[in-house]
Write a protein of this length. Structure first.
Length: 332
């Protein structure tokens, strides 16, 4: 009997049919190899494999082993995307210096250096006013604060974004996990009407805005200055940034409209695993707090909880126990 054709999806995704096939194999112990044709992703991901004594039947990989393998592959993809992002930042930093004109602005319309918050916000507002389809945004920590300036900027952004949604556009934003409970962020998604979606990750790149996949805005230097931005209209570069965003989006944890909490494995939360990774790289508490978008006191509380979970009595011992625990091999 021939069923419905297998729906196309990403090479690293498991569809409902593949999940059901794997679940049945776990219950029954084995399946006929021909049944996998209905959901080849279960085989492609290594969840089902040929039996040693009968190549025409498939055996399921134990769930604990399968989970660890898939999580490791996910971590490798995240690391690869971060390396690509670093390469892109270095490349365009050099291009920015090469293309600077007499007034500090890039002369090519494909790549423009914007100086000053008014000019940057004006260019973004103009791109949004002309846009009709989709806005992709990576929002790093420390953007939403409790200051009056932040509230004013939030109010202006709400009007601008709602107008874009009212024209039938879609907004997708990636934040760090620490922004999930920031009042201004929560209020934003309670008030926006339309197709506005948000997800979170342990760490995000610098701020990035892409409108209609035709123009992108990224930081203009590597010093973190908020009053310098790069406006990019080169199709190949914008396509690269869109692909990078889409890959991060698939790996991020939903926040709105569907809410999914980042997983905790073996008593170690996703945030603590991110801290552990930075600890073994030798970063100070201040750097860890800045990278993950939290204040230093909160970072130290998480470090203390991580130490208690692993049974560490000192900072040096904590680094050793992190390595021995294998928690860095388990990336969400």
């Amino acid at each position: 009997m021939t069923g419905a054709p297998h729906a196309e999806h990403g090479a690293d995704e498991l569809c409902p049919e593949g999940t059901g096939l794997y679940e049945r194999a776990l219950r029954e112990g084995r399946l006929d190899a021909g049944e996998a044709q209905a959901a080849p992703c279960a085989v492609d991901l290594g969840l089902l494999r040929p039996a040693v004594d009968d190549r025409d039947t498939l055996e399921p990989l134990p769930p604990a082993v399968a989970l660890q393998r898939l999580l490791r592959r996910s971590g490798e993809r995240i690391a690869a995307e971060r390396r690509r992002e670093e390469w892109l930042a270095e490349t365009f930093h050099a291009l920015m210096r090469t293309g600077d004109g007499p007034h500090g602005e890039a002369s090519t319309p494909m790549l423009s250096l914007l100086s000053g918050l008014d000019r940057i916000n004006g260019a973004i507002a103009q791109a949004l006013a002309e846009g009709t389809r989709e806005v992709l945004c990576v929002q790093p920590p420390n953007h939403y604060q409790t200051s009056e300036y932040a509230r004013t900027a939030q109010a202006a952004a709400m009007v601008r974004d709602q107008q874009f949604l009212d024209r039938g556009g879609r907004i997708r934003v990636i934040y760090p996990h620490t922004q999930r409970h920031i009042p201004l962020v929560v209020a934003r998604y309670e008030r926006l009407r339309g197709d506005a979606q948000a997800r979170t990750m342990d760490e995000v790149t610098g701020r990035m805005i892409i409108v209609d996949r035709t123009v992108a805005f990224i930081p203009g230097d590597d010093e973190g200055h908020s009053d310098i931005a790069l406006e990019i209209r080169h199709p190949a570069v914008v396509d690269y940034l869109v692909n990078m965003f889409d890959r991060f989006w698939r790996l991020a944890t939903p926040m709105h409209p569907q809410t999914v909490q980042p997983p905790s494995l073996g008593g170690v939360t996703a945030r603590q695993r991110a801290i552990a990774r930075l600890l073994v790289e030798g970063h100070t508490d201040a750097v860890i707090a800045d990278r993950l978008g939290m204040n230093i006191r909160t970072a130290r509380v998480h470090i203390a909880k991580l130490a208690a979970t692993l049974g560490s009595q000192s900072r040096a011992q904590l680094g050793y126990l992190i390595g021995q625990s294998g928690i860095l091999d388990r990336t969400e």
